[in-house]
Design a binder for this molecule. Structure first.
Ligand code: DAH
Length: 342
């Protein structure tokens, strides 16, 4: 009786199959658990007549070993062929999606500015963030001790004759470019700049600028206006208007500040343009002959224009972001807003 049960179970064990870890566990409990069939047989074994014990004990142990081995085998088959696992893999479920990152809004804006000018034939130039006084001020017609230096609060790295400092504007790259190449020159220079300013909604001690420089024979103020108008229309829409207000920069003469018609109220006046209908976007002017000469360019033969704009400022106007600090905090909820832009 017992012997038949054992043989019967042995052949059942050999045939066992399982599709999931859960099924294997059920099999284990059914055979070797507290109330499992094999455990039960061991209980019955106590009642067996002494003369049968030896033979039955052997086959019973064989059955137990065979069951344990089979369970291990089922487990390893399942591990090697995960596609047969039912519970872990539901092929009708949608896949896992990788979330794409997005470009930072400052990068998006900078790239857009650069692509407008590269289409016009400008090359991209860059220069060091840690500069000397000559490239940031001296060569740009800021005389020593001149109060115009106070327009930009500078972080100094060293003191002395030609101190090392963190550049306060990307106009320094104009100088680096003019030192290296002779006209015609058409470059845009993107980069980080540093000023010792208290951080607020409208100012930061680190920000980004794009500088432009165009030098050739017979370059006029009309050329400057045309370049700036074209930029404004590409950036803010084809109906954008510009207005130039006289201004002062040591490195340009004449100098101007450029306003673009407010793209929010279309010039009617709103709280972004403070009711004026205009938004300030950049400084510009005709390169001062002293600046050309300081970098070895003959100011009798060549003339040129330059402009400089803050990337954060353009980005704030474009997306109506009211607080500059958003661009530096990298709050993922803010950055996600720019997901669709490349
Ligand atoms: N460098 C100026 C600034 O940081 C911006 C600027 C104004 C650049 C006029 C220019 C320019 O090239 O012509 O405030």
């Amino acid at each position: 009786m017992m012997r038949e049960k054992i043989d019967q179970l042995l052949s059942e064990v050999e045939e066992l199959k399982a599709k999931s870890e859960q099924e294997i566990e059920e099999i284990r409990v059914g055979l070797l658990g507290k109330k499992g069939k094999i455990t039960q047989l061991f209980d019955d074994f106590r009642e067996v007549l002494p003369e049968q014990k030896r033979e039955l004990g052997q086959v019973l142990n064989k059955l137990k070993t065979a069951a344990a081995q089979k369970i291990e085998e089922l487990k390893s088959v399942l591990d090697e062929n995960p596609e047969t696992k039912e519970s872990a893999y539901d092929l009708t479920k949608p896949g896992n999606f990788f979330e794409f990152g997005s470009r930072h809004p400052i990068s998006i804006t900078r790239n857009e500015i650069l692509s407008i000018f590269t289409k016009l034939g400008y090359a991209i130039a860059d220069g060091p963030e840690i500069e000397d006084d000559w490239h940031v001020f001296g060569a740009l017609n800021f005389p020593p001790e001149h109060p115009a230096r106070d327009m930009q609060d500078t972080f100094f790295v060293t003191t002395g004759d030609n101190p090392i400092l963190l550049r306060t504007h990307t106009s320094s790259v104009q100088v680096r470019t003019m030192e290296k190449v002779q006209p015609p020159i058409r470059v845009v220079c993107p980069g980080r700049v540093f000023r010792n300013e208290a951080i607020s909604a409208r100012a930061h001690c680190i920000f980004h600028q794009v500088e432009g420089l165009y030098i050739d024979k017979n370059v006029s103020f009309a050329d400057l206006k045309q370049a700036v108008l074209l930029f404004a229309r590409e950036m803010f829409g084809e109906n954008a208007q510009i207005r130039l207000r006289p201004s002062y920069f040591p490195f340009t003469e004449p100098s101007a500040e450029v306003d673009v018609s407010c793209n929010i109220c279309k010039g009617k006046g709103c709280n972004v343009c403070k009711g004026t209908g205009w938004l300030e976007i950049m400084g510009c002017g005709m390169v001062d002959p002293n600046v050309l000469e300081a970098s070895g360019i003959d100011s009798k033969e060549y003339s040129g224009f330059a402009f400089g704009m803050g990337v954060e400022r353009i980005a704030m106007l474009k997306w109506q972001v009211k607080d500059l600090r958003h661009y530096f905090e990298n709050d993922i909820r803010f950055l996600r807003e720019f997901k669709t832009e490349v």
